[in-house]
Design a protein around this ligand. Structure first.
Ligand SMILES: [Fe+2]
Length: 240
């Protein structure tokens, strides 16, 4: 995530220096963490895709990729920056009530930005999608028994998400095992479950409706053909 200057350092200082009588310590700490979520306290921007909009066809059409990236993801980025500006003002004013009131917007738009940034990196053309022998395959086999068993589990749970949400493969750093998890809406995996995100499948209708209408199982099963397993492996190695 790239960043320009938006949030002034004095705000962070203000958040850190607020007296406990005017703002509970935990709220001050959380607000400072939220404000510093943009690198150098800057403004978040829409990342470029690492491939063309038509690179994932025919599994996901260029039309879907264009709308999904340039409209949906862009909206999360825009609204995240608006929310951070409001948070900036609320922290400066020591307005605890407003800070707490912004948590929902921050989770939704911040989560939307984090999740989609991971998602684009998860995908590649059909020709490049391959699980080769290495640490990822070994960890999948240790955790699920086989690659097919992992796909079956992740697919079933992603399809079963009620309403909008995400299916995930995440690393449990306590056990060293890879687990399947699902999150509602745009709730980000790590902040919600503690698992380190390795692979996310967006099961919001905006991710598949143009190509698959309402048939989510067809989309989820097809997406496995365009997963960039190299990226998944890099995340696993980095998370360990
Ligand atoms: Fe999405």
């Amino acid at each position: 995530m790239t960043a320009g200057k938006l949030i002034i350092p004095s705000t962070l200082r203000a958040a850190a220096n607020l007296r406990s009588s005017s703002m509970p310590k935990e709220v001050a700490k959380k607000a400072a963490a939220m404000l510093s979520s943009a690198p150098s306290g800057g403004k978040h921007t829409l990342p470029d895709l690492p491939y063309d909009y038509n690179a994932i066809e025919p599994v996901v059409s260029a039309e879907t990729m264009t709308i999904h990236h340039s409209k949906h993801h862009n909206t999360y980025v825009t609204n995240l920056n608006v929310t951070l500006e409001k948070l900036d003002a609320a922290v400066s004013a020591g307005d605890v009530s407003t800070i707490i009131g912004l948590e929902g917007a921050l989770k939704f738009n911040g989560g939307g930005h984090i999740n989609h940034t991971l998602f684009w990196e998860n995908l590649c053309s059909k020709d490049e999608s391959e699980i080769t022998d290495g640490p990822l395959k070994a960890a999948i086999e240790e955790s699920f028994g086989s690659v097919d068993a992992m796909k079956k589990d992740l697919s079933a749970k992603s399809i079963a998400v009620q309403g909008s949400g995400w299916g995930w493969l995440g690393l449990n750093t306590q056990t060293g095992k890879i687990e399947v998890a699902t999150c509602a809406n745009q709730d980000p995996l790590e902040a919600t479950t503690g698992l380190k995100p390795l692979l996310g499948i967006d099961v919001w209708e905006h991710a598949y409706y143009v190509d698959y209408r309402n048939v989510r199982p067809e989309y989820v099963n097809a997406v496995f053909d365009v997963v960039n397993w190299k990226t998944v492996e890099e995340r696993l190695v980095a998370a360990k």
